[in-house]
Design a protein around this ligand. Structure first.
Ligand code: NAD
Length: 306
C-alpha cells in the first residue's frame, strides 16, 4: 500500500523551528528578520501566493510587507527599487514574485537582487554556490523536496532519480541537489524521447511539468518513490471526472471552489509507488516553510550570527 509523504507535517515542524529561533533572536538582539515581497502588475495567483507568504512570515514573528508596483513601471525603475532595497539595512530578504509581466527580462531582474538577500535562491551566485555544493540560499521548492525525502527516511545516495521538468525554479536546481546527495540523475523535458521508458527506470521519480495527471502507471516502476510538484488548477468537470472518477471529495472541492488542484501524477500511477506526495498537501506547503527558513538564514548571515 503506497504511503503519502505529508509535506504539511514537515512544513509545520520547520515553521515551528523558525519561530523558536526568531523569538530567541528577538529576546537577545531586540531585532527580527524583515522580508519584502514584490508584486508587479496584477496577477490573481501571484497575489494569493504572496499573501500566503506574508501571513506565514507574520505568524512566525518575521516582519513582512508586500510592495505592489504597477505593470507600467519600467525595467530600469524596477531594478532601481531593488537596488535601494539591497542597500536598506532594514531589509533581510527580498523576493520578486514570478512570473513577471512579459515585458520584463526576468533574469536581469533576479540578478539585480543582492545575493545575500535573495531568499528565493534564484540569483546566479546562489545557483552557482549550489552547483559548487557550498553554503548559500537554496531555491525553496527543490530544497523542500530533499528535506521531505530525508524526513521520511528515504535513501538518496546511489538511487536512480528521474526529474521531469527543467525549469530554473524546480528541475535544474533539484538535479544539482540530488547530485550533491550522490544520486544518479536524469532530467527530462518536452523534447525527451520515450518519456515513459526513461521515467520508469527511476527509483525516485519527480514530476514538475505543470500538466494535470500526465504521469500514468506505465511511467512508474513498481515500488518507486513519486514526488509530484505539479499544481494545476482544473475547473473542467469532465476532466476532473476523467481523472478522479466519482471521488466525492474532488467533486465537493470543485462544487465549492469551481476548481480543484491536480498534480502532474495520475492517481492510478501513484498506486504503483511505495511513497508519494499528495496534491495538495505534499510539496506545496514546504515551499513557503523553506522560504521562512531562508529569510532567517539571510538575517543571521548578514549579521554573522552563524
Ligand atoms: P515550467 O513551465 O517553467 O517548466 C515545466 C517543465 O516541464 C519544462 O522544463 C518542460 O520542458 C517540461 N514539460 C512540460 N510538458 C512536458 C511534457 N509533455 N513532457 C516532458 N516534459 C514536459 O514550470 P515550473 O515553474 O517548473 O513548474 C512546474 C509545475 O510545478 C507547475 O505545475 C507549477 O505550478 C508547479 N510548482 C509547484 C511548486 C510548489 O510549491 N509545489 C513550486 C513551483 C512550481
Amino acid at each position: 500500500m503506497p504511503q503519502a509523504m505529508e509535506g504539511k507535517t514537515l512544513a509545520e515542524k520547520i515553521k515551528a523551528e523558525v519561530k523558536r529561533e526568531v523569538d530567541r533572536i528577538k529576546q537577545e538582539l531586540g531585532e527580527v528578520p524583515r522580508l519584502i515581497g514584490i508584486l508587479v502588475g496584477e496577477n490573481k495567483s501571484s497575489e494569493i501566493y504572496l499573501r500566503t507568504k506574508e501571513r506565514t512570515a507574520q505568524s512566525l514573528g518575521i516582519i513582512s510587507k508586500i510592495l505592489r508596483l504597477p505593470e507600467s513601471i519600467s525595467q530600469e525603475e524596477l531594478i532601481a527599487r531593488l537596488q535601494s532595497l539591497n542597500d536598506s539595512p532594514e531589509i533581510d530578504g527580498i523576493l520578486v514574485q514570478l512570473p513577471l509581466p512579459s515585458k520584463f527580462q526576468t533574469n536581469q531582474v533576479i540578478e539585480a537582487i543582492s545575493p545575500e538577500k535573495d531568499v528565493d535562491g534564484f540569483h546566479p551566485l546562489n545557483l552557482g554556490r549550489l552547483l559548487m555544493n557550498e553554503i548559500g540560499l537554496r531555491p525553496c521548492t527543490p530544497a523542500g523536496i530533499i528535506e521531505l525525502l530525508k524526513f521520511y527516511g528515504v535513501t538518496i545516495e546511489g538511487q536512480e532519480v528521474v526529474i521531469i521538468g527543467r525549469s530554473l525554479i524546480v528541475g535544474k536546481p533539484l538535479a544539482a541537489m540530488f547530485i550533491n546527495e550522490n544520486a544518479t540523475v536524469t532530467i527530462c523535458h518536452s523534447r525527451t524521447k520515450d518519456l515513459s521508458k526513461v521515467a520508469s527506470r527511476a527509483d525516485i521519480l519527480v514530476a514538475a511539468m505543470g500538466r494535470p495527471a500526465y504521469i500514468q502507471s506505465d511511467f512508474v516502476k513498481e515500488g518507486a518513490i513519486v514526488v509530484d510538484v505539479g499544481i494545476n488548477y482544473v475547473s473542467d468537470a469532465a476532466l476532473i471526472e476523467k481523472i478522479f472518477g466519482d471521488d466525492p471529495k474532488r467533486r465537493q472541492d470543485w462544487q465549492e471552489k469551481g476548481y480543484t488542484i491536480v498534480g502532474d501524477v495520475h492517481p492510478q500511477a501513484r498506486e504503483k509507488s511505495s511513497l508519494f506526495t499528495p496534491v495538495p498537501g505534499g510539496v506545496g506547503p514546504l515551499t513557503v516553510a523553506m522560504l521562512m527558513r531562508n529569510t532567517l538564514l539571510a538575517f543571521k548571515r548578514r549579521r554573522h550570527l552563524s
